[in-house]
Design a protein around this ligand. Structure first.
Ligand SMILES: Nc1ncnc2c1ncn2[C@@H]1O[C@H](COP(=O)(O)OP(=O)(O)OP(=O)(O)O)[C@@H](O)[C@H]1O
Length: 290
């Protein structure tokens, strides 16, 4: 199994290749002028002016109001914000599950917003991984078959060796022949992570992956996501309400009322919680406090 531990472990390790930490102080702007400016090729995902509204006219809800964000490869990004701030809409647009009304979403060099539904379906199956709060495993299939499903759907050979490899990563190799109902919630979510990693996706999107788990189990799942980034160079983008969960990320980006409202590198739970309190204040109250 991947070892436990958070971001700090990476500094102590001497072994495998360690992906670079993000080095941006502001969205898209390198903090160190000596660094080569990032291009689209080093971005896993890039959002340019992404806007999305539900409904029309006076009734329209502006869920995203022109979001620009660069997510470098091999990094772990958490997305936070008050309820209704646009987190799910952000995730759906970034993952090609929903079309923005304006702007572009680039996966590497490929523009998702220019693709048709068939192209997007294929891209999601081959280049993206998904982990949801509800696990979404197929109850009639064994753990191994659940893990291999994305390869089948992508038309690739479902190699048992690969299933063993990713199940080994999440510490569940010996449970390959079980059905999901024979596993705990935390184990089921670890299977879901193995399934999301089996295609070696460009990006793994996680939507409240620990929302249904107790604190200890949640920590195991978060440590797995962290290690997927540190040990295999995966790129993880996770929506969460939980400051502790967000603290496993390299960077937290905050949304408020459909806009980016700042970000935090090397986040601690306390710093994330403090930022969230600020975002949750109604604008009038913030104005009075200032
Ligand atoms: N299908 C929809 N039709 C109409 N309005 C929608 C739809 N989906 C989302 N919205 C609205 O868009 C805004 C952003 O919603 P979104 O679900 O992206 O926020 P969120 O930050 O994920 O919220 P939560 O934390 O409560 O899940 C909200 O005002 C929401 O009510």
């Amino acid at each position: 199994m991947f070892g436990r531990g958070k971001r700090g472990d990476r500094r102590a390790r001497t072994g495998p290749v360690v992906p670079p930490r993000p080095d941006h102080d502001t969205f898209g702007a390198p903090s160190n002028p000596l660094h080569t400016p990032r291009t689209h090729h080093t971005s896993a995902v890039r959002l340019e002016g992404v806007a999305k509204a539900y409904g029309r006219g006076a009734e329209a809800v502006h869920a995203l109001r022109g979001v620009d964000l660069d997510i470098p490869r091999g990094t772990f990004t958490a997305v936070m914000g008050p309820s209704g701030s646009g987190k799910s809409t952000f995730l759906h647009c970034a993952a090609g599950l929903d079309k923005p009304d304006a702007g572009r979403v680039l996966l590497g060099a490929d523009d998702l917003t220019a693709m048709n539904e068939n192209q997007l379906t294929r891209l999601r199956r081959t280049r993206l991984g998904f982990v949801f709060q509800a696990f979404n495993l197929l109850p009639s299939l064994t753990v191994e078959k659940n893990v291999l499903l994305p390869l089948r759907l992508a038309g690739q050979r479902p190699e048992r060796g690969r299933a063993a490899e990713v199940l080994g990563m999440v510490g569940l190799h010996e449970h390959a022949g079980r059905r999901p109902a024979q596993l705990s919630g935390g184990q089921q979510q670890r299977v879901a992570i193995a399934r999301a990693l089996v295609t070696r996706p460009d990006v793994l999107f996680a939507d409240e992956p620990t929302g249904a788990l107790d604190t200890t189990t949640a920590a195991e799942v978060l440590a797995l996501l962290r290690r997927a980034v540190d040990d295999t160079g995966a790129t993880v983008v996770m929506v969460t309400h939980d400051p502790v969960a967000a603290s496993y990320a390299d960077r937290v980006v905050f949304l408020a009322e459909g806009n980016l409202a700042g970000h935090l590198h090397a986040p601690t739970p306390e710093a994330v919680a403090a930022r969230m309190v600020g975002l949750s204040q109604p604008a009038r109250a913030q104005g009075r406090a200032a």
